[in-house]
Design a protein around this ligand. Sequence first.
Ligand code: ZN
Length: 133
Amino acid sequence: MWHEHSVQTRKQTDFIEITHLAAEAVRQSGLQEGVCFVYVPHTTAGVTINEDADPDVIADFGRALAEMVPRIPFRHAEGNSPAHILASLVGSSVAVPVEGGRLLLGTWQGIYLCEFDGPRRRRVLIGCLGTKA
Ligand code: ZN
């Protein structure tokens, strides 16, 4: 049911495109009509959909997100509270419609694993739900 992938991130804040993992999961599952569900089981990483044409877009996204965390004295002793906050702001899953065995992503859309406390090895779970051929 769930395709699991391990993805190595490269920097403390990193965005790794994983659209191909979702497309491959859909292909392998034989899903024709339904939803491809992408889930990241972590508290300092997340997943989002944004532009994959110009890499400056996702880079700007990361820089802007970092500015959204206030400089307050955090209580969490591990010291990575900003990463926890950003993971929740971005969210831990996305759902993409599937029709005719293809992800219905917009022309400029890609799926990104969002790392906020890397580099680390992250798990990505992908489920293909719906009607198969
Ligand atoms: Zn922590």
